[in-house]
Ligand binder design. Structure first.
Ligand SMILES: [Ca+2]
Length: 327
């Protein structure tokens, strides 16, 4: 029993010793902290603007390092989305940590059995001079391999916070550093917006009338079917939803192009107009022209948009209106 306790004490002392040793090897700097990071940290793309094969650069930097003789960066990413296409040791760049130093630079795809989606590079200064300060380590070029469809988003952490990323001083000791991961994302976005033709009845809206609806007729470009429109997504001026009932499909203007009829609540539209137009001007000029924009989506997520103008009327006697406002 006694023997066991003694050995436990011994073990504890041994562990304390090892921890102390570890701290001796990796000195903690309290005055500042060294950071390895990607600049910028996020790489966000829109699928409408890039395609498979598009390339972008990820610059890896270090800040507030002292006595740097060698560095290694290992980056892990989702290989189904992106892949490293090239790597640049930025020897031409005065911000490079080994600028104008003779350095040995090397890189490897899928090193140490890490598999696809990993890339490592390293550099050792062959001169006695070490680097202190902040600067660039390497520029890694990525190629986009996959484009998401409308409404989808692909993303990957650009992981450098792993054991294979480190900084060394001339004694071969790790320089304590915070390693900050980056982020890649590509979104399918909203896709193209179809130009819809919109007509409104009435063309002139009496703000004092008590009619129940404003009726609109929506036509889509050729090859699109108005019966594919999801009525519950339709908005007037981004504010007023279309009534889900009644709706109808016909050819209201007899131009051979089918149109979808939807209705909006007239009181809601009147209230919207009264809070969004210059009321003083409306009273003074008696009528105004405003633009109504209708937006919405087809059931597959395709967006459409169309605008028309209507006159709005405030039918009170001009003189009286002005008089009231002057009071
Ligand atoms: Ca029509």
């Amino acid at each position: 029993m006694l023997k066991r306790i003694v050995s436990e004490v011994m073990l504890t002392l041994l562990l304390i010793g090892m921890v102390s040793l570890a701290f001796n090897i990796k000195p903690i700097r309290s005055s500042h902290s060294t950071i390895i990071y990607l600049d910028p940290s996020s790489y966000i793309f829109d699928a409408n603007k890039v395609s498979v094969g598009y390339r972008f650069n990820v610059t890896v930097k270090v800040s507030d390092v002292e006595n740097l003789l060698a560095w290694q960066v290992c980056i892990l990413y989702d290989e189904s989305l992106i892949n490293v296409s090239r790597v640049f040791e930025p020897v031409w760049d005065p911000e490079y940590v080994f600028y104008e130093n003779l350095a040995l630079f090397a890189y490897a795809y899928a090193p140490w059995g890490l598999g696809n989606g990993s890339f490592a590079c390293m550099s050792v200064s062959l001169e006695e001079e070490t680097f202190s300060g902040s600067g660039k380590l390497v520029i890694i070029e990525f190629e986009i391999l996959a484009i998401p469809s409308v409404g989808e988003t692909y993303s990957s952490i650009l992981n450098i916070n792993n054991d294979f990323t480190y900084l060394l001083d001339p004694y071969g000791n790790d320089i304590l550093a915070v390693k900050q991961d980056g982020y890649y994302e590509i979104s399918g976005g909203a896709g193209p917006v179809l130009n819809a033709t919109v007509d409104v009845n009435p063309h002139a809206l009496n703000l004092r009338s008590r009619g129940r609806w404003i009726t609109t007729y929506i036509e889509l470009p050729e090859d699109y079917d108005v019966s594919d429109i999801n009525v519950s997504t339709i908005l007037l001026n981004d504010s007023i939803p279309a009534e889900v009932h009644p709706v109808g499909i016909g050819d209201y203007d007899d131009d051979g192009v089918p149109d979808l009829m939807v209705k909006f609540d007239r009181a809601e539209l009147t209230s919207y107009i009264l809070t969004n137009v210059d009321i003083t001007k409306l009273f003074e000029e008696w009528f105004m022209t405003i633009t109504l924009t209708i937006t919405g989506e087809l059931y597959d997520g395709t967006q459409f948009q169309g605008s028309t103008t209507i006159k709005i009327l405030m039918p009170i006697l001009r003189g009286i209106g002005r008089h009231i406002f002057l009071l």
